[in-house]
Design a protein around this ligand. Structure first.
Ligand SMILES: *Cc1c(COP(=O)(O)O)cnc(C)c1O
Length: 474
């Protein structure tokens, strides 16, 4: 493709992109394709000769698009959103045009310094201690792994990095029983053994019970084991439960344990001052992660990890071969030393575009709108006979289900599973589920960038109609 063709097709694509964003609701939220259906439409071997862009783009529209789930559809209510927004998309276009590799200050000074500044902005806007420092990672999974590796190294005085495990360590990690699977994965990768993840009991709101945490830590110490790290959740993935951050920090401080706060989804809510009391006492914790790529209108991927003392993290990861050394290393941040990757994308640019384009107030307004819509939907559910909400609605996630008189839990679970599947099959809305205390619940997450009252009303009508049909079949 020559430069002139690039200009022509880039203009065409921008028009297509703008049309897509305007008309995204006309697509079914989830595609109705069978396994291998897309694969089988693609040639078995790569083309030897270059092909025209017109043809490539036609195939994108005819083969790929029909097999996509439309995460930006306003009736995407499943999992947690992975929102984009116009300013974020524009930043991605510039990022890929510059094609910069931002591993150190020298390899793109502006990328490093913009990253420092936008992380400071977010830290201050979220009410996180002003002494903490931030770094952008690809995902919360990676950021949490980095925190756990740093906790391991700090505890072993950086011995494991040098010599490997001695075999005498018996490190223990604690989290609530509603912990996200990324913690299990991090523990595996860090060589700590998933058996050493102690799942602490939760209260009736699915939040970690601090007394149970303290007792578990004491029991391990008495048994000669070494408590390493507590991972608390600000917004669990199942039901957005919030662990008592301040009380957990007191306990971790008392025992000299790393405290990592996983706020991957709900952390965005801290931009609203009324939610900042949730992290009261976090000053005594060690790290905090949240994903602007979920609820902060910054397209995937973009995670921010904040640390009380980045020195420990840098000591864990820095490893500077001769060819990467520069004269400036003492004066600047080289973010390659703040995590696992050497090469890094210029993700700060999209945060900068999003924050400036919306303004903090613009973002807050959107969040408040989502929270208001959620309260509305929760009220409809509460006022409907036979339906129940099984977890407190702390943010914008509702966990609800149909109860059945004279039925056992299995039958109830099956009913709710069928109900959700029938709704999703229409392609008009998309929900996902979880289990709370063994009960199958539908999760309704109202946080897509462009969701409005109209979308939740249509989804509600769809839910009720589908339910009615299924109830009649019983
Ligand atoms: C989504 C989520 C994660 C994982 O986030 P990734 O960025 O996809 O790795 C971790 N913890 C919680 C609580 C989450 O909601």
């Amino acid at each position: 493709m020559d430069k002139q063709e690039f200009r022509k097709y880039a203009h065409q694509l921008v028009d297509w992109m703008a049309d897509y964003l305007e008309e995204k609701e006309k697509y079914p939220v989830t595609p109705s394709v069978k396994p291998r259906e897309i694969y089988d439409q693609l040639p078995a071997t790569a083309p030897e000769k270059g092909e025209d862009f017109e043809k490539i783009f036609r195939d994108f529209q005819e083969i790929i698009l029909p097999g996509m789930t439309h995460w930006q559809h306003p009736a995407f209510f499943g999992y947690f959103p992975a929102n984009n927004s116009e300013p974020s998309i524009l930043a991605e276009m510039l990022m890929s045009t510059l094609g910069a590799q931002c591993m150190s200050w020298l390899t793109s000074p502006a990328a490093t310094e913009l990253e420092e500044r936008v992380c400071d902005w977010l830290r201050d806007a979220k009410g996180i201690d002003s002494k903490w420092k931030g770094v952008i990672h690809d995902t919360a999974s990676t950021a949490t792994l980095s925190a756990i590796l740093t906790a391991r190294e700090r505890k072993s005085n950086w011995e494991i990095n040098e010599k490997g495990f001695s075999g005498k360590e018996h490190y223990r990690i604690y989290s609530s029983s509603h912990v996200h699977s990324s913690i299990d994965k991090a523990i595996r990768i860090a060589g700590l053994g998933v058996e050493n993840l102690v799942r602490i009991e939760v209260d009736e709101e699915f939040a970690m019970i601090p007394e149970a945490l303290e007792a578990a830590i004491q029991k391990d110490i008495d048994a000669g084991k070494t408590p390493l790290c507590v991972v608390s959740a600000l917004g669990t993935t199942s039901s957005t439960a919030v662990d008592p951050i301040g009380k957990i920090s007191e306990i971790t401080q008392k025992f000299g344990i790393w405290h990592h706060i996983d706020a991957a989804f709900a952390g965005t809510a801290l931009l609203l001052p009324e939610f900042q009391s949730l992290i009261k006492g976090h000053e005594a914790a060690d790290s905090y992660v949240f994903n602007p790529h979920k609820w902060m209108f910054t397209n995937f991927d973009c995670t921010v990890l904040f640390l009380k003392d980045p020195k420990d993290l840098v000591q864990t990861f820095s490893l500077t071969p001769e060819y990467l050394k520069t004269d400036l290393d003492k004066e600047v941040n080289n973010y390659r030393d703040w995590g696992i990757q050497l090469g890094r994308r210029f993700r700060a640019l999209k945060l900068w575009f999003v924050i400036r384009s919306y303004g903090l107030n613009g973002i807050r307004e959107k969040l408040r709108h989502h929270l208001m819509l959620t309260q509305k939907a929760a009220q409809w559910i509460e006022e409907t006979k036979g339906l129940e909400i099984l977890a407190p609605v702390k943010f914008n996630t509702i966990c609800f289900r149909q109860k059945l008189d004279s039925a056992d839990q299995n039958a109830e679970n099956q009913f709710n599973e069928k109900w959700m599947a029938a709704v999703n099959e229409t392609g008009k809305a998309f929900f996902s589920h979880t289990k709370l205390s063994g009960k199958y619940v539908i999760r309704w997450v109202i946080g897509q960038t462009d969701v409005t009252e109209k979308h939740i009303e249509s989804a509600w009508v769809l839910l009720l109609e589908t339910r009615q049909k299924l109830l009649q079949e019983i």
